[in-house]
Write a protein that binds this ligand. Sequence first.
Ligand SMILES: [Zn+2]
Length: 168
Amino acid sequence: MTWTPTADDDRRFLSLAIEQARKSWDEGGVPIGAVLVHDGEVLAAGHNQRVQKDSAIFHGETDTIEKAGRLRASVYRESVLYTTLSPCIMCSGTALLYEIPRIVVGENRTFEMAESLLRERGVTVDVLDDPECIALMERMIAERPEIWSEDIGVEAAELGGQAKSQQR
Ligand SMILES: [Zn+2]
């Protein structure tokens, strides 16, 4: 990779992802956002679209990768994906397909499903443990558990046990 983000860069790009997460919550949606960055430049920013677009597959990360459009393989392989929440298996699969080498995660306390898979496949996963990202998720889980359980494919009644069993 020609561009090596500094810790300040990571904070700055994560804050853009947080902006997207807040926008989604304000729209009545799931508060998870992401940005895809190549060579210090934001290629796309997106957020979860479950509520907004009735979408089963546009999570924060997949919405962002979709918005970035068609990219050359070499561009993905030099990009960094910033996301407010630890990626699910679907978003991790998308990142693995395109060989995105690094994912910066806002937090993984409220949900963690696929970090070991990503690391096994050589992806660098850096977790910033950001209090704002945690607060966004905790508010949704408290106030609108039904959109969260739907988003991760569990029934609302299963949420406690399921979400906990997915944590490390
Ligand atoms: Zn996902």
